[in-house]
Write a protein that binds this ligand. Structure first.
Ligand SMILES: Nc1nc2c(ncn2[C@@H]2O[C@H](COP(=O)(O)OP(=O)(O)O)[C@@H](OP(=O)(O)OP(=O)(O)O)[C@H]2O)c(=O)[nH]1
Ligand SMILES: [Mn+2]
Length: 179
């Protein structure tokens, strides 16, 4: 087996253990790990991304934000590049939600190319998920607001991966949101 395959299995297993007790907000309470796995798959299958460290960072992208995982732990286990990409896509949960959302829009254009790829795939997955079903407790207005905000973030990620950007553009167009 290739060393890349071994590395990806090690990474997906780590993410699955970390997200073990977490569920998505959909009515079925889908296991959270479906999201990071899906984000990595979007990058490889739709974005044509083969950079193993980007795919690893995609698998790990919500571990620091949403579980007890630390950046030091990621760096020790997966190296400085993977840890840095995850850091770039991690919101500071100590900040109020509005501020976190604003900072994503502000920071997007200054992210590394690798982090921009993960951010594009993360938004594409979450927007498709919103089209699939509404999270428990979300009104249609809140769903639409998420599209509007995601569009502002994606504007700052333009020129990174045309395949992913075209798919995002189509989702925004369907919602009447202009990229
Ligand atoms: N569409 C959808 N999203 C769900 C679901 N379950 C959990 N989420 C997560 O919820 C986040 C979006 O919800 P918000 O209310 O805007 O954010 P918050 O959870 O951080 O407060 C995303 O976090 P994120 O991945 O960190 O991305 P980001 O939105 O912070 O960029 C997404 O992964 C679900 O069933 N559908
Ligand atoms: Mn995510």
């Amino acid at each position: 087996m290739s060393s890349d395959a071994v590395l990806l299995l090690e990474t997906v297993n780590f993410a699955a253990e970390k997200h073990r007790y977490q569920r998505r907000k959909d009515p079925d309470r889908t296991p959270y790990i479906n999201h990071p796995v899906g984000v990595a798959r979007i990058l490889s299958h739709e974005g044509g991304v083969t950079d193993i460290e980007v795919l690893q960072a995609a698998l790990l992208h919500d571990t620091v934000e949403d579980t007890d995982t630390t950046l030091a732990e990621l760096e020790a286990k997966f190296g400085p590049t993977v840890a840095r990409i995850v850091q770039e896509v991690t919101d500071d949960k100590n900040l109020p939600k509005q501020e976190r959302k604003r900072l994503q829009v502000e920071h997007a254009p200054h992210c590394s190319y690798q982090a921009k790829l993960v951010k594009l795939a993360d938004k594409l997955y979450n927007l498709r998920d919103l089209n699939r079903c509404t999270p428990v407790g979300w009104t249609p207005e809140r769903v639409q607001e998420y599209f509007v905000w995601a569009c502002e973030v994606v504007k700052g990620l333009k020129g990174t991966n045309s395949a992913l950007e075209e798919k995002l553009e189509e989702l925004f167009r369907q919602r009447g949101v202009q990229l």
